[in-house]
Design a binder for this molecule. Sequence first.
Ligand SMILES: [Zn+2]
Length: 428
Amino acid sequence: MGKILIKNCTIIPISGSVIESGVIAINNDRIHYLGPESGLPTDWKADTTINAEDMVALPGFVNSHTHAAMTLLRSYADDLPLKPWLEEKIWPQEAKLTREDIYWGTKLALLEMIRSGTTTFADMYFQMDKVAEAVVESGLRASLSQGLIGVQDANEERLNTGISLVKDWHGAGEGRITTMLGPHAPYTCTPEYLTKVADKAAKLGVGLHIHLAETKDEIENIKAQYGYTPIALADKLGLFSLPVLAAHCVHLTTDEVNIIAEKKVGVAHCPESNLKLASGIAPVADMISAGIPVAIGTDGASSNNNLDMLEEMHIAALLAKGTTGDPTVIDAHQALTMATLNGAKALGLDKEIGSLEVGKKADIILINKKQPHWMPLHDVEANIVYAAKGSDIDTVIVNGQVIMSGGEVRTLDVNEIFNYVVKRAREM
Ligand SMILES: [Zn+2]
């Protein structure tokens, strides 16, 4: 860390208007100044200067829902509905994953996320202490939760593992790691178990990360079993009195949209996963109209099959337009806000990240605009959402540390990761 000056770049702060040619001054982990160079105090001297005249600066993307180590199962099982995909393919393979597998599968995900401009992600999986180790090494920021299944014998032990993650890792990596408890879903946790987890979360002072209302089957089964839809059940059990990050929210009634808005539930919209598993299409335009700051997530790499937030944002914008028949729904600025500031809100981190503002953490990406698909540049935000690719990301800064420069990730050994993953995939 130290003092970094990013010069001559187009800046998209998200929370304010675009600055055409400005500077960003970083003091250790925080943004010290942004604006025209003339406004920077002359006695402020940088240790490192990045000349970014071909770059656009914006807050790093927040991937609001993923299962990082599922990169190991990328393209292992495709073209199946959620239930057989999970029960016949994914869960049996996951049961064979070792702690080392989780570590290296996560590292592969981190490499992919850094390369495509993600600076923060929300992860729910198992052996999460190995995920936390990889996050600390990578320099990324993450909200981590141990996935909890509450219908099996080992559910008590799992809850204790989830609690240990909170106690051992919350605040680790210079504060880059935060934690939640992660009851997997109403179809894998009984109401009693959900209540128990929520009570624990309240005592620990953390939120919940859960899958809700993903498929029509889930809605029907939960309704048949408990007499409520998943959202209504979660509300009735008091889950929404805590900060909740709810992945999917695909099948919602108007009343449920209102509950989500009123209870300030964070929604992680995962359009590619929902399309690929044919789970349905979330009513994002309705949620936004109701004032819900919908965030975007990739979900795991085996139902996507990549972790590229630029692509996810692009699909989210197009899908909302196509399904509503209204091309004005989710404009470019809204899409960028969903992928950054709304993600930060959904993770409860918007006081620190999600936009470029003085005093916030320096989580910044630089996108190389000197490319054929970027020219000409009529509208910089539209170019990012509708034309840019993950591979256009040049520089990634998290917590004031440059973790990628010129497309080269500094904190992870690419060959080491590739070797492990290729070898392990052969054994599978
Ligand atoms: Zn998921």
